[in-house]
Ligand binder design. Sequence first.
Ligand SMILES: Cc1cc2nc3c(=O)[nH]c(=O)nc-3n(C[C@H](O)[C@H](O)[C@H](O)COP(=O)(O)O)c2cc1C
Length: 220
Amino acid sequence: MSKVLRIGLIISSAALAASMLFNLQAAETRNTGTLREALRNRKTTRAFAVGSISRTALDDIVWASCGKTHSSGGTAMRTAPSAGATYPVELHFIVDKIDSVQSGIYRYSLEEEKLVLEEGGRFQDQVNEVSRTQPFVALSNIIIVMVYNPERIVARYGGKSRDYALLEAGHIAQNALLMAADLGLASVPKGSFDKDRLAGLLKLDSSKEPLYMVCIGRQQ
Ligand SMILES: Cc1cc2nc3c(=O)[nH]c(=O)nc-3n(C[C@H](O)[C@H](O)[C@H](O)COP(=O)(O)O)c2cc1C
């Protein structure tokens, strides 16, 4: 292959990855186990195996966490409830070893309904360093970081806003954990991490705060 063609291919695949649309519609209609089975099977499993997971599994986890379900009064409503439909919890997905997906930090854009690549590369070890090192973090295929954005809610709920965001993060996390159980993946909800260092890794504005994390990987 000529050098020009090779460079062209590298550039076009990078552009494709950066604007990758995730097929959340398909995730919504995929028919797998029952809710009862997922509830029964959900448990914290810290023994992750090394290996990749499928792109459809990522789509399913993204959809369960923040996918749109319907519109109400012009607002896109989501799988998890939100106080006054303000959606103050923004999601970052730190992914690695997912078939045909570039490893990196993605931010879910509520407005565009897609994951936007913020930074390519493997960040699992760095997340592990800032989060009371537990081996499963470094082996995670998907780390969901739930980030509080006060600008979306404070005008409406004032001093109650952060508490509401914490409750919302719990709803989102449970959805992701149940989908992981449905997919037969291992998962851990994680509250122990250094907020400032994690915010630095995600290059968050100073007004934003990481609240909670869910780590997902292959079962051993
Ligand atoms: C808010 C919260 C924070 C947690 N933080 C961590 C954590 O930092 N590390 C970890 O290994 N497990 C963490 N866990 C998982 C709990 O240890 C686990 O949910 C608990 O032992 C109950 O087990 P189960 O999830 O299998 O039902 C956390 C759970 C919750 C709800």
